[in-house]
Ligand binder design. Structure first.
Ligand SMILES: Cc1cc2nc3c(=O)[nH]c(=O)nc-3n(C[C@H](O)[C@H](O)[C@H](O)COP(=O)(O)OP(=O)(O)OC[C@H]3O[C@@H](n4cnc5c(N)ncnc54)[C@H](O)[C@@H]3O)c2cc1C
Length: 489
């Protein structure tokens, strides 16, 4: 490839590209990195502060990470895995803050306790079992359980004020939780990337990818016309736009994937006297038949120094894959290879369809009633509805070729083809660092071993489990909690 060839092209300026670009710049400072972004600025889609809930997912409160085992027990391994992943993310942010490559941590991460909250005798029994299953795990050793309304009221007045005494309630509380402004973080990472030599092309939507020798020819628009740029390695970090670009590349690894868009909405209040009653992020339990992404949560947020509360998510539906996308997105994503899986998903996921129809047709009264199940004293006049980001749920294929809806994050890597991309949205931004490290390992297998020493400077626990009480791990937790200004380790 010629001398004008880009070493690493990142499509999309969201948290995923920002994280991968930062890792690559540290590992290979001589590689040139270019970012192609369709919109006027980074972080205007899902990574924007108001387009997601800002939770630093660490497994402390998300009850849908637990699954019921046939004998009645609970499998909490997913909560532990997410906890481990967030520890990796914390180390990376902490290393960049300590080196002055990210601003003061309070500009993007704020200590905000996480709390799992339930009402009703059956749910209280479930939460007790959930807490029992986790409390011996070193990463969850500081998770406190209570079914005493007075104690829960110390954690959040909003959850108990106006609630009748007859109904049993319970909560599990973890002080070291976080609220993250992923938009501010993305912009800060991209500023640092550009300061170290990366080029950011705004208003440059990528329209297609074509093989070009060992690398790729990227077709994109520019503010004045159309252009092509050759690249040795391409990362498709286009959020909801990734599926179509991966399909256009023709790599076999993207075959068979489909996508199903779900829009999000939140109720928000900025009224200081209301916001003060809930200094935590409280996650409830999804009702039977409701998918995990529909579990209600009431989140304390800190964005641009202002505190607010968000409640949701409420689901909406339209066929666009990005907020800035086209109504033809869903239609254009249908291919001979994915139409079968997409149809079987529609047939097999009646619960999801029923849930979506219920959400789309829900009246404002019904939405406020959902909020009052967590915050009984919520007054209509204090809350406004805002649009959040889009999630494109991945439709994959099982061994028999039948479509399955995947609620996680799907890394698509084509090592021989120097191309990788990311589909799906959950648990999303919190796990950007471990997911991008996995991408490096899978896409650059021949170089990865040579990078481990430099990677350990950013993520000291690399390759070791943080779910241990050993001194080295506690020392890492203490050090990054201090750098990030977190409450507890
Ligand atoms: C309602 C909701 C709540 C969420 N809550 C949380 C949470 O609490 N915690 C958490 O960790 N995660 C959460 N997430 C998930 C998280 O927001 C996403 O996983 C994350 O922001 C995805 O980042 P990204 O970089 O992949 O995509 P994005 O941030 O969407 O960035 C993609 C970028 O690519 C650009 N782009 C698209 N197409 C093209 C193209 N053709 N050419 C050039 N550029 C293009 C877009 O303009 C955009 O800037 C939530 C998501 C939603 C929708």
């Amino acid at each position: 490839m010629g001398s004008g060839t880009v070493d690493v092209a990142l499509i999309g300026a969201g948290i995923m590209s920002a994280t991968l670009g930062t890792l690559i710049q540290h590992l290979e400072p001589d590689w040139n990195v270019e970012i192609f972004e369709a919109l006027d600025a980074p972080a205007l889609e899902s990574s924007n502060a108001w387009h997601n809930a800002g939770t630093g997912h660490a497994g402390f409160c998300e009850l849908d990470y637990a699954t019921r085992l046939p004998g009645g027990g609970l499998d909490v391994s997913k909560a532990i895995a997410i906890g481990e992943q967030f520890q990796v993310t914390r180390q990376f942010w902490s290393a960049l803050v300590a080196r002055g490559e990210l601003p003061t941590a309070s500009r993007f991460v704020n200590p905000t306790p996480h709390l799992a909250f339930v009402a009703g005798a059956e749910n209280v029994a479930f939460l007790r079992q959930w807490h029992d299953a986790l409390k011996e795990e070193p990463l969850f050793a500081n998770l406190h359980f209570s079914d005493d309304p007075a104690r829960i009221g110390e954690w959040s007045r909003a959850l108990v004020d106006g609630r009748g005494a007859a109904e049993p309630i319970a909560a599990a509380y973890e002080a070291s939780g976080t609220d993250v402004d992923y938009g501010a973080l993305t912009r800060a990472l991209i500023d640092a990337l550009v300061a170290r030599g990366a080029r950011l092309h705004l208003r440059h939507p990528v329209t297609g990818l074509r093989r070009d020798g060992e690398g790729w020819m990227i077709s994109h628009r520019t503010p004045t016309g159309i252009a092509t740029t050759p690249a040795r390695f391409v990362f498709v970090g286009a959020g909801g736009g990734s599926l179509r670009l991966l399909q256009s590349s023709g790599i076999p690894e993207a075959n068979g994937f489909g996508g199903f868009p779900v829009s999000g909405r939140f109720l928000r209040t900025r009224k200081p006297e209301v916001v003060r009653t809930h200094p935590v992020k409280a996650y409830g339990k999804a009702d039977k038949g409701v998918p995990g992404l529909g579990a209600p949560h009431l989140d304390h947020r800190t964005v641009d120094g202002e505190d607010s509360l968000l409640f949701g998510p409420f689901a909406g539906w339209d066929p666009r894959f990005l907020k800035s996308g086209s109504r033809l997105d869903l239609f254009r994503s249908i291919r001979p290879g994915n139409i079968g899986p997409m149809l079987s998903v529609a047939k097999d996921n009646f619960d999801l369809l029923k849930y979506l129809v219920g959400e789309i047709t829900a009246s404002p009264d019904k939405q406020m009633s959902a909020l009052r199940r967590l915050m009984p004293s919520a007054a209509d006049a204090d809350w406004e509805m805002i649009d959040a980001g889009k999630r494109v749920q991945v439709i994959g294929r099982n061994a028999t070729g039948r479509g399955v809806l995947q609620f996680g994050t799907e890394l698509v890597v084509s090592p021989g083809n120097n191309l990788a991309g990311l589909l799906g949205a959950s648990p999303g931004a919190s796990t950007a660092v471990p997911v991008m490290i996995r991408l490096l390992q899978e896409a650059f297998g021949d170089r990865f071993d040579g990078w481990t020493e430099a990677l350990r400077e950013l993520v000291p626990s690399l390759g070791r489990s943080m779910n241990t009480g050993e001194d080295w791990s506690m020392e890492i937790r203490r050090a990054n909690a201090e750098t990030l200004g977190l409450a507890g380790v």
